[in-house]
Every structure is written in C-alpha cells, then in structure tokens.
Design a protein around this ligand. Structure first.
Ligand code: HEM
Length: 237
C-alpha cells in the first residue's frame, strides 16, 4: 500500500507567511511593529523600541501568571500557584535585564529620539499598570489562605517547616515585590544616566520623584514581619 509522504516544506496552518513558523508566530506583523529606517529620526530607535516592546511582552506574561496563581490560591491549589509565580518573578527579572541595553545609547543622541515621543511616558505602560492591578489580589488570596490556617505572618515564618507551601508562597510574594522594586531602581539609574536626575520627564514628572517610588512596597506586611522576627529573636536572648 502506498503511503503518502508529507511535504514538510509546505505550511499547513492558515494565515500570512511563507512557513508555519511565520504563520503561528505572526512574525510579519511582529517585525513590522518597529519604525522603518525611513521613519527613524535616529538609528537607535530600533534599540529603544525593541527594549520597550519586549518589556511590555514580558510584563504581560508575568501578570498573566500572577492572575493565574491568584485563581489557584482561591481554590487552595498552592503548588500550582507556586509553579506560576516562579514564572512571574522570572519575567520581571528579564524586563530588568533588558534595561542594560538602553545604556548603549549616547545621552546626547537620545535627545533626538526623545523629541519624537510626544507625551509618551512610562506611567502609561500597560505592562506596569498590570503589575499594579494584579498584585493586590494576589496578596489578598495569599492572606486569606494564611488566615484559614490560623497563622499570623510571624507564626508562618517561625513554623515555616511545618507549612512548607504557605512558606514558599510568602517567599514568592516578597520576591515579586522585591523584583518590582529592583526594576524601579534599575530604571531610575538608566534614566539618570541617559537624561539626568535633575530634569522633568515627557509628562512633566520630575525624575527625582522616581527615586521616591523605589521604596514603594506591594506587600508591606511581609517586610514588617522581618522586623517582628528580629524583635522576637531578641526577646528569646
Ligand atoms: C532611555 C530610556 C528611558 C527613559 C529616559 C525613561 C524615562 C522615564 C521618566 C522621565 C519617567 C517619569 C515619568 C515621565 O515624566 O515620563 C519614567 C517613568 C516610567 N518608565 Fe521610563 N524611561 C526609559 C525606559 C523605560 C522602559 C524600557 C520602560 C519599560 C516598560 C519604562 C517604563 C516606565 C514606567 C513603568 C514608569 C513609571 C515608573 C513607576 O511607576 O515606578 N521606561 N521613565
């Protein structure tokens, strides 16, 4: 019986693009989302847009996983939540690392790119807005589980070995919080290095104000628990 030989060079998926790779990933559209050389005021616009667009994608994924983890916590599925939160933390780490690339721009030449940004400002970043939107519900879902177990945060840390999943979750929440602050710190340094610390941004915000935001905490109670543990240890001395 003759068997039909599959021609792997031909795409089978619907959509635009010469191959299934290009069709599934929609690379034609993706790679046309950056200004063309004719549209650019400076060749570094490609670097600038690539860093911003990829940051938006990684933050989108990170927040999607935080939302998924929150849903799992509401159903008491702690291990599944832990699995997704690891991805979220990794996503913010990657977004932080992406900032390094911006320091390859000349501060003088960046000024010509800055002129074409209009009132564009990071305060309107959908990715970072999502971070602010999804984080409180994650904290609420975690705290509801912890309370159901009859534990204060200090109890949870003192008896962490007996509540492994809740302990791991507490550590992932503080890690998410810390990574967001580290992104802010790194972003602040990039801004200071590229446009300076004593200037105002494209939406009129003094850059100085960004430095103040580094101290913002998503889960202050988790940081406070450390102070309480230190005080508790002192009582035991
Ligand atoms: C040369 C590169 C960059 C410069 C000069 C810059 C500059 C600034 C400035 C001046 C602000 C204050 C608000 C304003 O008036 O605009 C700001 C805020 C912000 N930028 Fe950037 N930025 C850069 C890269 C990025 C990148 C790659 C992202 C990635 C998403 C980003 C996201 C943000 C966010 C989220 C805020 C709000 C800060 C917060 O809530 O902590 N920025 N940026």
């Amino acid at each position: 019986m003759a068997t039909e030989i599959e021609d792997y060079s031909q795409p089978v998926l619907p959509g635009k693009g010469a191959s299934d790779y290009e069709r599934y990933l929609r690379t034609d559209e993706l790679l046309s989302l950056q200004r063309s050389p004719e549209e650019q005021v400076h060749r570094d616009e490609l670097l600038f847009q690539t860093v911003h667009q990829s940051s938006e994608l990684w933050l989108k994924l990170a927040c999607f996983e935080v939302e998924g983890a929150t849903e799992h916590l509401r159903k008491n599925e702690t291990a599944a939540a832990i699995r997704l939160l690891r991805r979220s933390v990794e996503g913010v780490k990657i977004a932080t690392q992406l900032l390094d690339q911006l320091e390859h721009m000349s501060p003088w030449e960046y000024q010509s790119i800055r002129r074409v940004l209009g009132h564009g400002s990071g305060f309107d970043s959908p990715g970072f807005r999502s971070v602010r939107r999804v984080s409180p519900s994650l904290g609420d879902a975690f705290n509801a589980l912890r309370r159901d177990s009859g534990l204060s945060l200090t109890d949870l840390y003192v008896h962490g070995r007996e509540h492994e999943d809740l302990y791991q979750l507490a550590e992932l929440l503080i890690e998410w919080d810390e990574r967001v602050s580290l992104w802010r710190f790194r972003h602040y340094k990039v801004v200071a290095r590229v446009i300076g610390e004593d200037v105002v941004g494209t939406q009129g915000t003094p850059v100085e104000l960004l430095a103040g935001l580094i101290k913002n905490k998503l889960y202050p109670e988790l940081w406070q628990a450390r102070n309480e543990l230190t005080a508790l240890a002192k009582e035991d001395d």
